[in-house]
Design a protein around this ligand. Structure first.
Ligand code: MG
Length: 282
């Protein structure tokens, strides 16, 4: 695949992504997809979705896992409910993530992605050690399918994400870098973070956001905005991607599923912006 193919975050039947027809209408050649619900993770569903992708000339580059019970209502709720970190649901979700990896194989895709959750800061604590163990077990399952796992950024600082990946100690664990999340969660300057973790970045989201007021950062959300209208600085972002040698797709993410018309419009504008910057920078 040529470097920096435009992509969009899409869904089969669940989550915040756009429907595949939006990518098709806009001529976008790659998608990351939010994994469908269990009942739809079948060979027949995979074949049908792949057929639609083939007809539209679309390649699936990553399948993102998500789970019932997750809520992004506010930062404390996100910390309590998202990913493999919450201990009450950890084992069940790790098992479901393996099933998502199996479905990803049916889609002929070599990458799964996820929000692992707010990685505990105490590296000596039992929650952190338990998370290491279950992540290793998941990665070993994923590896049997020849797949990699990409962790979404934002819920921890770049430094702590590097510590966690180091401690997991598996060769198929990488990063899906989302610059807007660093701003939304208040976990650090996205460009500095990208420079730190760049050697592990294998996929990216193109999403933009504005910082929360300084006194509220890390406690209240910043605000997601259309690409180019926020504090990421898209030109600097793409120049930094070039500097770290990033070759993968540029996957647009616009998480406003409540306003499908605006979502479609913003994705079209974002694709045009990325194409212009790509011609300038790459
Ligand atoms: Mg993202």
């Amino acid at each position: 695949m040529p470097p920096w193919q435009i992509g969009v975050f899409a869904s089969v039947d669940a989550g915040l992504g756009v429907h595949l027809d939006v990518a098709k209408d806009l001529g976008i050649p790659t998608v990351q997809v939010h994994s469908p619900h269990a009942g739809t993770r079948t060979q027949a569903a995979a074949d049908k979705f792949l057929g639609q992708c083939r007809d539209a000339g679309i390649t699936v580059t990553c399948v993102f896992g998500g789970f019932d019970g997750e809520s992004y209502a506010d930062i404390p709720t996100t910390a309590r409910t998202v990913g493999l970190v919450p201990e009450a649901t950890r084992a069940a979700r790790a098992k479901e993530m393996k099933e998502i990896s199996d479905f990803t194989k049916l889609l002929g895709c070599d990458t799964v992605g996820m929000h692992i959750g707010f990685v505990p800061t105490d590296r000596a604590g039992s929650s952190y050690k338990g998370l290491l163990e279950i992540t290793r077990d998941l990665l070993d399952h994923v590896a049997k399918h020849g797949q990699k796992l990409h962790l979404e950024t934002g819920q921890e600082t770049a430094d702590h994400l590097l510590e966690f990946i180091h401690d997991v100690d598996r060769s198929n664990l990488f990063i899906n870098f989302d610059p807007a999340n660093m701003i939304l969660y208040g976990t650090g300057n996205p460009i500095e973070a990208l420079q730190k973790v760049g050697h592990l970045v294998r996929s990216v989201h193109c999403k933009d956001a504005k910082w929360a007021a300084e006194s509220l950062r890390g406690r209240e959300w910043g605000s997601e905005v259309a690409l180019g209208e926020g504090d990421v600085g898209m030109e600097t972002y793409l120049k930094t991607l070039k500097a770290i040698g990033y070759q993968g797709p540029l996957t647009i993410e616009r998480e406003i599923a409540h306003d499908r018309e605006r979502q479609r419009r913003d994705i079209g504008t974002a694709a045009a912006l990325l194409q212009r910057l790509r011609a300038q920078i790459l």
